[in-house]
Design a protein around this ligand. Structure first.
Ligand code: SAH
Length: 377
């Protein structure tokens, strides 16, 4: 049987290929933006991202302790910021609302905080908004972070930044080229096309040293959308105080390489297999996010790997408490969930945590008080 042609495999594929026929190859970030956010067919408008029946699973869906610890971290930061009221508790990309519901339950240990907060969720997916409304009654929804009302901020984003569009650049024997999506000769399949790009473009996007070690053929990615949102968050924190916690998989140190991937039904699939019906993501460049936040006068801690971060916040103790007195199979489920979040070979090392604080607080936030190297625990 013949493989179905990519360019006609889904309604979004047909729309994109028609545009490429009319206008020529499309820059990768614009193509990715359409894959994820096309108003009619985009994956984060119509897809089924989360859960066993969906395409992938996230930390708060693995263990309730994840959201609880995030909630306690934010509660601590609210107290450190001088207990402002009102304070905006914001989540970017709240998925099914699980993380926020778990965080709010944990934050209820500080009744005054519960009264000071209003909850703002930034979400593009209509069906996920409905799921969020069921788990987080009384929240306010926004299409963009900019629309969150002024005031001190307590913000969490887990697996949000990896879903923002990237550009890719390739070093050539002389100069650089940029990745676009075009069509093969018959017009039946998508393919990547690299087109020359002025060196100025890269100089504007990357600090000088970042490009030095890349040999011909090497790829480097830039996430302008992520940097722009980080800039807005950091500016708000610098002006009005508060804290943000960004958790995602990505580069802890300056790196390069092609990290674009498509995921469907819990497995990696070819990028162009079913446009709009598979998730497209790229590794988050934490160095670039940290630099964007620092440029706004916010204070930056990390990135730190998720495993040590959660351990420092006491995930082991919390798991023991939660499991105490439970049946053996429940206990085993709690412990295996925690292991998945913390273990280096699971999510503990690939996922990174970046904390951004207003300039008012001096000490490192909880979890980032890493003991001096060589010291035992
Ligand atoms: N934080 C959740 C879900 C992560 S999946 C969890 O940890 O389980 C990514 C989430 O971000 C989804 O809710 C998705 O619909 C949302 N999202 C992705 N891109 C977005 C965008 N550009 N604007 C608003 N929401 C977006």
């Amino acid at each position: 049987m013949r493989r179905p042609l990519q360019a006609s495999s889904t309604p979004l594929a047909r729309a994109l290929s028609a545009e490429i026929v009319a206008c020529g190859p499309m820059r990768l970030d614009r193509f990715m933006e359409r894959i994820l956010q096309d108003p009619e067919h985009g994956y984060y408008r119509r897809g089924r991202p989360l859960g066993r029946e969906g395409d992938f699973i996230t930390a708060p869906e693995i263990s309730q302790i994840f959201g609880e610890l995030v909630g306690l971290w934010l509660a601590d930061r609210w107290m450190a910021a001088g207990r402002p009221a009102p304070a905006r508790l914001v989540e970017l990309g709240p998925g099914r609302g699980t993380l926020m519901a778990d965080a709010l339950r944990a934050m209820a240990v500080v009744p005054e905080l519960h009264r000071a907060l209003d909850v703002h969720l930034v979400e593009s997916h209509p069906e996920l908004k409905r799921e969020q409304a069921a788990r987080v009654p009384g929240a306010h929804w926004h299409d963009r972070f900019d629309d969150v009302p002024a005031g001190p901020l307590l913000l969490i984003a887990n697996e949000f930044f990896d879903a923002l569009p990237i550009r890719q650049f390739r070093r050539e024997a002389t100069g650089w080229s940029e990745c676009h999506v075009g069509l093969d000769e018959e017009g039946g399949d998508f393919r990547f096309v690299f087109r020359p790009v002025p060196a100025r473009t890269l100089e504007d996007l990357f600090p000088a040293g970042r490009l030095a070690g890349i040999a011909p053929g090497g790829i480097i990615e830039a996430n302008e959308a992520a940097r722009a949102i980080m800039t807005l968050i950091a500016r708000r924190l610098a002006e009005e105080g508060g804290a943000a916690l960004i958790i995602d998989y990505g580069y802890a140190a300056p790196g390069h390489g092609d990290t674009l991937q498509a995921v469907r039904r819990h497995a990696r699939v070819p990028l162009f297999e079913a446009p709009g019906e598979a998730d497209w993501t790229a590794h988050v460049d934490f160095t670039a996010l940290a630099a964007a936040a620092d440029a706004q006068g916010a204070r930056v801690f990390g990135p730190l790997a998720q495993g040590p971060f959660l351990e420092a916040l006491g995930i082991g103790l919390r798991a023991e408490r939660l499991a105490a007195g439970k049946e053996e199979h429940v206990r085993a489920e709690i412990m295996s969930g925690v292991a998945r979040l913390v273990a280096g070979e699971a999510m503990g090392a690939l996922f990174q945590v970046l904390a951004i604080l207003g300039p008012q607080t001096a000490e490192p936030p909880p979890g980032f008080l890493v003991p001096p190297s060589g010291g035992g625990r």
